[in-house]
Design a binder for this molecule. Structure first.
Ligand code: PLP
Length: 386
């Protein structure tokens, strides 16, 4: 089976992890801060805080922004469930904004219309989570203008997008958002096994998220609310969690980060090759916004169903039967059974549903060979019966 995505682990990664295993610290040592500093420097953010997953990152990002009961979080329906669940963790309500038909990212015009309507109904969201789907950056400048106009905080879910650029700057610099989060799950662009990160330029948000990832406990006398009893002293000043990243994970992340640009460039080479191999088939290929350089986590095609005699499901099943590990990113979150209790109708977000009925994620990862890629295309031609 050729999977849709997989990690690339080299000897330098293995050596880096083994070195930590032989060291004094398996957790709370020097590797986590070194990884944080390296990522912050790479992408141009003031603060980076490593956590044990992007899901944890989204949770503490929402809490730091003050999301709570009675508030709304909005996101795109075409995302992994974690981008929406973080709102529910905080006791807030979740709503969605439909996607753009070309980029599959949150639609700026749909967002503007919904904000306008919600302002008149007095139910504006507190937090908007935008997702750089497949690594393609959202239209952040336009989104930030709208968010400022309506007083909405912005989180960039950049789980797919580390190494990508928006207007020539790395995703993660938070120029147009309050907080950006990354995922280091093995299928993502670089990995720490499980792992994630929050980035911000705000001193206050960084302090808050630093507390939340480790029980709400501080050893910093400046943050304490009463005078320390002695040098042993720590103080719990908030209700936090254990969302810390281990030293092993950070060492792996640091080692992987060295190859970030190379990985993204390889993904672009593979995508360009797909573009040319697939150009004559009855498909819609990924479109690239001219303002940006995608991290290219995923290569998603859409079937032009009116031009073929087989169904989406048949094409998908045929590819799986031919050992091509295609996938579908994503089932729109509003149609998930758990989200049905909130009263969403399937056709509330028609562009998201149109996408869902046609999309297939083809295999793409740095070590995918040209021969394997051509095998994927041959299998696809067979599945499409063209
Ligand atoms: C993978 C992913 C997440 C969750 O990442 P974890 O590190 O597995 O928690 C969140 N949002 C999006 C868009 C993702 O793709």
């Amino acid at each position: 089976m050729i999977p849709y995505g997989k990690q690339d682990i080299q000897q330098s990664d293995i050596d880096a992890v083994i070195e930590v295993l032989r060291s004094d610290f398996l957790t709370q040592g020097p590797k986590v801060p070194a990884f944080e500093m390296a990522v912050a420097q790479k992408v141009g953010a003031k603060y980076a805080l490593a956590v044990n997953s992007a899901t944890s990152a989204l949770h503490i990002a929402c809490l730091a922004l003050g999301l709570g009961k009675g508030d709304w979080l909005w996101t795109t329906p075409v995302t992994f469930v974690a981008s929406a669940n973080c709102g529910l963790y905080c006791g807030s309500q979740v709503d969605f904004v439909d996607i753009d038909a070309k980029t599959y990212n949150i639609s700026v015009s749909a967002l503007e219309n919904k904000l306008k309507r919600s302002a008149s109904e007095n139910r504006l969201p507190k937090v908007l989570v935008v997702v750089h789907l497949c690594g393609q950056p959202c239209e952040m400048q336009e989104i930030k203008l709208l968010a400022d106009k309506y007083g909405v905080k912005v989180i960039e879910d950049a789980s797919h997008a580390i190494g990508g650029k928006y207007q020539n700057d790395y995703i993660g610099n938070c120029k147009y958002s309050d907080i950006t989060i990354f995922s280091f799950h093995p299928v993502k662009i670089i990995t720490t096994a499980e792992g994630g990160m929050v980035l911000t330029n705000s001193d206050e948000l960084a302090d808050k998220m630093n507390l939340l990832r480790s029980h709400g406990i501080t050893r910093d006398p400046h943050l304490m609310t009463i005078a320390p009893d002695g040098p042993w002293y720590y103080q719990q000043i908030d209700l936090g969690f254990n969302y810390r990243m281990t030293e092993l994970q950070a060492a792996l992340g640091l080692s992987q980060l060295d190859r970030l640009d190379e990985y993204v460039a390889l993904r672009h080479t593979i995508a360009t090759h797909y573009d040319s191999l697939l150009s004559a088939l009855p498909l819609t290929l990924p479109s690239q916004h001219p303002d940006s350089y995608s991290g290219l986590h995923l290569y998603v095609i859409r079937l032009n169903l009116s031009q073929i005699s087989v169904s989406h499901r048949e094409v998908f099943e045929s590819l799986r039967a031919q050992d091509i590990g295609v996938n579908l990113h994503y089932i729109p979150v509003h149609v998930q059974p758990y989200y049905q209790q909130f009263g969403f109708e399937t056709e509330d977000f028609p562009e998201a549903m149109a996408y869902y009925r046609e999309a297939i994620t083809l295999p793409m990862y740095p070590s995918l060979t040209t021969v394997e890629q051509e095998h994927v295309v041959t299998a696809l031609e067979k599945a499409l019966r063209v």
